[in-house]
Design a protein around this ligand. Sequence first.
Ligand code: HEC
Length: 95
Amino acid sequence: MNILRILTIAGSVLVATTGTGQAADISVGEQQHQQYCISCHGSEVYTRQDRRVQSRNGLSAQVQRCQLALDLNWFDDEVENTAEYLNREYYHFNN
Ligand code: HEC
């Protein structure tokens, strides 16, 4: 096993460990989004001129509405993972 491989493994363990904390897990959010959320709308609804979501709280509320409509029964942290992913990727709210 070479040193690069060892470093890669150490890195993944670190990410896995820190991922269990309070902060939203963006990569999980991205996977959830990929799996459940792109059947009706692509990313164009997040970036269009007259988009509906106007705040970070509003973003969580909208993710909540869409996942409820889909009967996904997400926990709050799953909603937050996806909301935070969308915020980083498209909305860029600071609060
Ligand atoms: C069954 C179809 C459908 C699916 C699947 C769906 N949505 Fe939506 N979503 C909508 C509709 C309809 C709107 C409102 C579009 C409009 O106002 O023109 C919307 C709007 C949104 C918006 C607001 C866009 C804006 O204007 O700022 C967000 C954020 C969003 N959805 C997130 C999600 C997420 C996260 C998921 C996965 C859990 C998801 N959607 C899955 C139908 C869906």
